[in-house]
Write a protein that binds this ligand. Structure first.
Ligand SMILES: C[S@@+](CC[C@H](N)C(=O)[O-])C[C@H]1O[C@@H](n2cnc3c(N)ncnc32)[C@H](O)[C@@H]1O
Length: 249
């Protein structure tokens, strides 16, 4: 299984860090507020965070009462930041690919993942693996880049402007051609995987998950006030968020 570790590339890591350190990034202003609204009660729960990055969410789970958190990431550089900024006695960080979770020798009450699943090649197999490491009644909450964003070959999706220079529409293509996409994001050759909306939902359903909620978040009013340019999110979504449950064994 292809497992690119682009976050350990120095140039990419620095570019991504600068983006996340800025106070107007879409993660903090659009994706995270929507994810927080869908967060289940974590009191006393065990949590698995897939592609945990800097571990900020792992710390948040602890503040919500989680009993144990395992944060997994393929990037040593991201985990080095996590261990520095987000250490806690109830959090264990593991340097491994999320596509290897079937090798974990424990089960969890909650699987969380923020903006990492578009790096997974075989989502059908991965959905089954996630189902198998969840306890019965356990929940999955994840966000990923929206299929409208992942679809266009070479990452060439783009906004179109009117005569006043205002963004009015968005062009994307190759939607019904799932598979690998190689794009330029800080560096050439960043690999992501495009799946259609139905590919994603069907993979989860076939694995046994019951879909509880799907969300394509838009910026709240306070976000538009802070960064007016995010109004463009009303033209097309950036993120897809899914909450699902394991009801049976
Ligand atoms: C966009 S970052 C998001 C980090 C964190 N979830 C957050 O929202 O702040 C994606 C993360 O997924 C990790 N990642 C990518 N492919 C992975 C894989 N196969 N297994 C584990 N982690 C992976 C990257 O190293 C990176 O830390």
């Amino acid at each position: 299984m292809s497992r690119q570790n682009i976050f350990d590339n120095e140039l990419f890591f620095n570019g991504y860090k600068a983006l996340r350190d800025s106070d107007c990034n879409a993660n903090d202003l659009i994706e995270q507020p929507a994810m927080r609204k869908l967060m289940p009660d974590l009191n006393g729960k065990s949590v698995l965070d897939l592609g945990c990055g800097y571990g900020h969410n792992c710390i948040d789970f602890i503040s919500r009462g989680a009993a144990r958190v395992v944060g997994i990431d393929i990037s040593e550089k991201m985990l080095a930041v996590a261990k520095e900024e987000s250490a806690h006695s109830k959090i264990e960080y593991r340097n491994m690919s999320m596509t290897d979770i079937q090798n974990l020798d424990e089960k969890f009450d909650f699987i969380y993942s923020s903006l990492a699943f578009h790096y997974v090649k075989d989502f059908d197999a991965f959905a089954k693996d996630m189902y198998s490491v969840l306890n019965i009644g356990g929940q999955l909450l994840f966000s990923q880049e929206h299929p409208i964003i992942t679809s266009t070959v070479d990452g060439a999706g783009h906004f179109n402007k009117n005569e006043n220079g205002e963004k009015v529409s968005y062009t994307f293509s190759n939607y019904n051609q799932p598979g690998e996409r190689k794009i330029h994001w800080y560096v050439d050759g960043v690999i992501k995987y495009h799946r259609t909306f139905s590919n994603i939902i069907n993979a989860l359903a076939k694995a046994g998950f019951v879909i509880e909620e799907v969300c394509e978040p838009v910026p709240e009013e306070w976000v538009i006030e802070k960064v007016p340019a995010w109004i463009k999110e009303y033209i097309k979504p950036n993120f897809l968020i899914v909450k699902a449950k394991k009801s049976n064994g």
